[in-house]
Design a protein around this ligand. Structure first.
Ligand code: 5GP
Ligand code: ZN
Length: 112
């Protein structure tokens, strides 16, 4: 399948790994928007948050379990933000569901 993040999971495109388990892979964003910016993805290809079903929703839980572990591993005790962009107006540019994990600066709210 011609998917950038599937290729990253397969090691066909290099990435800087932050965390990996059976279900989840996390790596440094190539264009960081904060001093700490990871992309956290299920290894299974799901197009976007709009494609979550009763069958695959456990993978979202696995992603959030991984995020808690990464936060501990990376000492993000001051806090962090998790962002999911979905679809064209949501700002999604890669068609494999992913969660941005941003930290180590004050993050504005509302995000704009
Ligand atoms: P989106 O805009 O779809 O929510 O987020 C896609 C993210 O993937 C962007 O923050 C972008 O910088 C990141 N990205 C795109 N291509 C690559 C790549 O080849 N490697 C890495 N590490 N990140 C990428
Ligand atoms: Zn994919």
């Amino acid at each position: 399948m011609d998917c950038l993040f599937c290729k990253i999971v397969a090691g066909e495109i290099p990435s800087t790994k932050i965390y990996e388990d059976e279900y989840v892979y996390a790596f440094k964003d190539i264009d960081p928007q904060a001093p700490f910016h990871a992309i956290v993805i299920p290894k299974t290809h799901i197009k976007s948050a709009a494609e979550i079903t009763a069958e695959n929703s456990f993978l979202v839980a696995k992603v959030f379990e991984a995020i808690a572990k990464i936060a501990e591993q990376e000492n993000l005790e001051k806090g962090f933000r998790v962002v999911n962009n979905c679809g064209e107006q949501g700002g999604q540019t890669v068609g494999h569901i992913h969660f941005h994990l941003l930290a180590r600066r004050n993050l504005a709210w509302p995000p704009g």
